[in-house]
Design a protein around this ligand. Structure first.
Ligand code: SAM
Length: 281
């Protein structure tokens, strides 16, 4: 087993990530809500009428459900790690609904981890070996070699600064035959003009909060790290129209333009579920 360092250096956090997930709990603002921070999976919800906060929270939970279905944990057996776990509600879902034997939530931001630990204080106290939160970066995971059967990540990879390091670390911490499922938004191809256009149209790219990672960069990095059966499924149609429809009924803070749907429709971005597995031998 390779030694690993559980400490995350403060300078590993991008300044915009540090600020956005700082003192204000983003999961409590109306555009997100319910303890999650993701754009949601709205498949099956009618966009004919205004969407409620309950719909919003359901969409965020459903995005986790989509990823966890793709991950296919074995009930009572799989030890899973979530990278970029936020407040840990997805981890609780992985334990409660998908029967994971144990979940480790990893997040780079100390304030997000403090919120996660507070949100799940009872569960953590009751069964500390089943659910835990650890500070760490996607690019330098605080985990031992082969420690996990499953690795997943929900709407965090757009913040990772180095997808090659993320892929290498994922392959390292998965056991042979272990599986990975990642969902987030990426630029569909490596056209540099798209990165420029995103910075012009969306504040989150202009500030460096979101990185304009081309999807092929992640897929190539996963293959180069030794993972097999690397696949990407586009789910943008289940994400952006519903999210935009919901935002139409919400009072948005200044600087929150509803430009993601347009960027998706213009081919600058798409939302994907990426799956892969570590070969058994
Ligand atoms: C958009 S939130 C998603 C939270 C949660 N997955 C959800 O869907 O509710 C992104 C999370 O990724 C974390 N994060 C950002 N960069 C990271 C990195 N390099 N390594 C680990 N976590 C990171 C942030 O601190 C934040 O909690």
């Amino acid at each position: 087993m390779t030694a690993y360092e559980p400490e995350t250096a403060d300078e590993e956090i991008a300044p915009a990530v540090r600020e956005v997930y700082g003192p204000v709990d983003l999961s409590s603002v109306p555009a997100f809500a319910g303890g999650f921070i993701n754009f949601g999976d709205w498949q099956g919800m009618s966009l004919e009428h205004p969407l409620s906060t309950e719909d919003r929270v359901r969409s965020e939970r459903n995005l986790y459900r989509r990823v966890l279905r793709a991950l296919a944990p074995e009930a009572g057996r799989s030890r899973a790690v979530e990278i970029g776990c936020g407040l840990g509600l997805g981890g609780a879902l992985a334990l409660g609904e998908f029967g994971c034997a144990a979940v480790t939530g990893v997040d780079i931001h100390p304030e997000q981890l403090a919120r996660a630990r507070a949100a799940h204080a009872d569960l953590l106290a009751r069964d500390p070996r089943r659910f835990r939160f650890v500070r760490g970066a996607a690019e330098r995971m605080p985990c031992a070699d082969g420690e996990f059967d499953r690795l997943y990540s929900v709407e965090a990879a757009q913040h990772f600064r180095d997808l090659t390091a993320f892929a290498r670390e994922s392959a390292r911490v998965l056991r042979p035959a272990g599986r990975l499922a990642v969902t987030s938004f990426f630029v569909p191809d490596a056209d540099p003009a798209k990165a420029q256009a995103l910075a012009e149209r969306l504040d989150s790219f202009a500030t460096g909060l979101d990185q304009p990672h081309p999807l092929p960069t992640l897929l190539d990095a996963l293959r180069a790290a030794g993972l097999a059966d690397v696949c990407a499924e586009s789910i943008g149609e289940h994400v952006w129209p519903g999210f935009d429809h919901f935002l139409a009924g919400v009072d948005l803070p200044a600087g929150w333009p509803r430009n993601f749907l347009g960027a998706y429709r213009d081919g600058l971005l798409d939302y994907y579920v990426i799956t892969a597995r570590r070969p058994a031998h």
